[in-house]
Ligand binder design. Structure first.
Ligand code: C2O
Length: 424
């Protein structure tokens, strides 16, 4: 196209027509279709100034639809707060993690159930590695939009099933890292099974050298008693300062209050931007993500650091799944926070969006967002924990980044044409 500098009115006119036709189709599609993927459209992604090669191994089987359905004859499994496990239960869970992650780390590299391939799947989905079905080059990102919560619910659910399978333990549950809870409180009268201990420290059972769930993480995570910092801003992500407890504890509360209660009091403010077929990825989280994703969620990735700190490797750290189990819990509990408009999107392009995952038999499963919204259909629930400290928090200090989030959709399309020839 750039080869001829000659002005030719007819060519110009045709180009204009083609362009308009594309625009019309594109905007029609954009208003009327959900995002879907095939694994065939996998290309190198891009993140952190690098091309990322993470495509899953070529797949030859059939894609099998999957819809979670609760088995009513069984009680719901309980995903518990890690900091409240103790005694025999703690010991058994630590050993299960060790065994499971040792197996997942040692599966052949091309087995989609291996920890390495689960990491790579998250990398492909999170760096624009997958092309939207029906387009040539419009890539998908499952972060910074309404896809964030349902995609990660499915991802860790299939991870949990893979662990159940390798342990031959159908009751295995992904206990959660309750990092949002910085305060130990008295059990409320009448409460039976809740967890009321603080959970804002790195869970020690993930930090035992030599165990399968161990990963080399930032040295700050090894400082005894240092609470997590939910106020890390993007500019600090590569090397966050180690802020003391007096600074981070009140600010963590403010950040949680903002993401769950104030910024999070609308569907857009909590779940992130609308994202349909034909829409481009946003490369800037602040214009696309909901409050919890961009504040607490991202800060935890950066605070843990090393492989957890970047999208291309984060899901290779077993702690990712305990972190996202808490995100899953917070999404569920968000609906119950008083006040505001706390309902999931009901737009058909949200409900009908489709993802692919590998299950425990290495079969590809096609799932829809609409089937992810009722958590109990998956057969698990969460132990009650102390959310009340951030629900009832009265803002006195500013949380760091909430001022940049607003509830209007400030999405600006950004053209992102990855190169297709350099296949992984
Ligand atoms: Cu896909 Cu915590 O990120």
């Amino acid at each position: 196209m750039a080869a001829s500098g000659r002005f030719d009115i007819s060519v110009h006119f045709i180009q204009l027509l083609v362009c308009c036709a594309w625009l019309v189709t594109n905007s029609q599609l954009a208003q009327s279709a959900p995002i879907k993927i095939t694994f065939d459209g996998c290309i190198p992604g891009f993140a952190n100034n690098k091309t990322q090669y993470c495509c899953p191994p070529p797949y030859k089987g059939e894609i099998v639809d999957f819809c979670p359905k609760r088995n009513m004859s069984k009680p719901l499994r309980v995903r518990k707060a890690l900091q409240c496990l103790s005694g025999h239960e703690l010991k058994v869970y630590t050993e299960k993690l060790d065994k499971a992650y040792t197996i997942l780390r040692n599966l052949p590299d091309d087995d989609p159930r291996s920890l390495n391939q689960q990491k790579r799947l998250h990398c492909s989905y999170g760096t624009g590695g997958f092309v939207q079905q029906g387009t040539d080059n419009i890539t998908i990102d499952i972060h910074f939009s309404w896809l964030f919560f349902p995609w990660h619910r499915y991802f860790i659910y299939f991870h949990e099933r893979i662990i159940q399978h390798v342990l031959d333990d159908p009751e295995f549950s992904l206990h959660f890292w309750n990092w949002d809870n910085g305060f130990t409180v008295h059990k409320p009268k009448g409460a039976r099974s809740g967890c009321y201990k603080r959970g804002d420290l790195l869970p020690p059972i993930y930090n035992i050298t030599g165990m399968g769930q161990y990963q080399n993480r930032s040295s700050r995570t090894k400082l005894p008693g240092l609470p997590v910092d939910l106020g890390i801003v993007p500019e600090e992500r590569d090397n966050p300062p180690t802020r003391p407890a007096e600074v981070v504890k009140p600010r963590n509360l403010a950040t949680m209050h903002a993401s769950m209660v104030t910024v999070g009091n609308t569907t857009r403010g909590f779940m992130g931007r609308i994202y349909r077929y034909g829409d481009y990825q946003v490369l800037d989280p602040l214009t696309g993500a909901g409050g919890l994703e961009v504040m607490g969620h991202a800060s935890i990735h950066w605070w843990v650091g090393n492989t957890m700190g970047v999208v291309e490797t984060s899901a290779g750290d077993p702690l990712f799944y305990a972190h996202h189990s808490n995100i899953d819990r917070l999404w569920n509990n968000w609906h119950k926070v008083p006040g505001g408009e706390r309902v999931d999107y009901s737009d058909p392009d949200f409900l009908e969006a489709e993802f692919l995952f590998y299950d425990e038999t290495a079969t590809i499963r096609r799932v829809k967002v609409k089937d992810a919204l009722d958590m109990e259909e998956f057969g698990y629930k969460f132990q009650k924990a102390n959310d009340i400290s951030w629900i009832d928090y009265v803002p006195t200090v500013n949380s760091t980044s909430n001022s940049t989030i607003n509830s209007t959709d400030s999405y600006k399309p950004q053209v992102h044409f990855p190169t297709r020839w350099n296949r992984d």
